[in-house]
Design a protein around this ligand. Sequence first.
Ligand code: CIR
Length: 254
Amino acid sequence: ISFTHALCRAPAGSVTDGLRAVDQGDPDPVAFAREHAAYVAALRATGASVTVLPALEEFPDSVFIEDPALVLNGVAITLRPGAPSRAGEAAALRPDLVRHCAGVIDLPEGAVDGGDILCSDSEVMVGLSARTDRAGIAALRPIVEDLGYRLRLVETPPEILHFKTESSLLDPETVLATPRLAATGCFAGYRVIETAEGEEAAANAVRFNAPVFLSAGHPRTAERLAQTGYEVVELETMQAALVDGGLSCMSLRY
Ligand code: CIR
């Protein structure tokens, strides 16, 4: 939850071709750029140094920079995104990871999307999903353990894109999650704050230094967090939501 740096990637015009489970219309690249700029500004306002990498037109989903890599203790791991149209994003990002991180390790096989990885201080939870398979998790395990973390395999319920679509870490002991993900029992040992009914999309939040960034339009969940003592800052995610993205997907935090 305490970060000095973030890497983001500007949304491409081709984000209109981004993957989505249900089509509710294409995102508007201009509005997306505006939302993204507000997101970057909000991260910077916490005092972090935020680098915005140039848009990659050949990868419509590349604004969701969290999926092709994971940074642990300043060391980057290039992942292997499970969607064919996104597989090349890790190689495209790699030179920037070399420049900005203390080292780069490549996941050798299998499929893992960063959106399926929830990190706390001590453990890295990795959700099996349509994008993340057992071979990828098995390959990731020794890398994560070498970096001093425990890896725990969890299940992403089949109707959810990514494990973190419906969960985020609020502090070392506390997770924000949807009732359906919490009901799987995967957060045993953590305090769980559930999103309010009808506000499931709020679960993809980001604790980044002092504030918790929450997707705008989820007033009852915002209220729950504020009452628990968190500083809540709301950010618009309407464009990202049209292509199944949220707040955590748009940065690599370290
Ligand atoms: C995709 O389907 O891959 C993108 N349209 C959305 C990725 C969202 N990323 C995330 O939850 N980490």
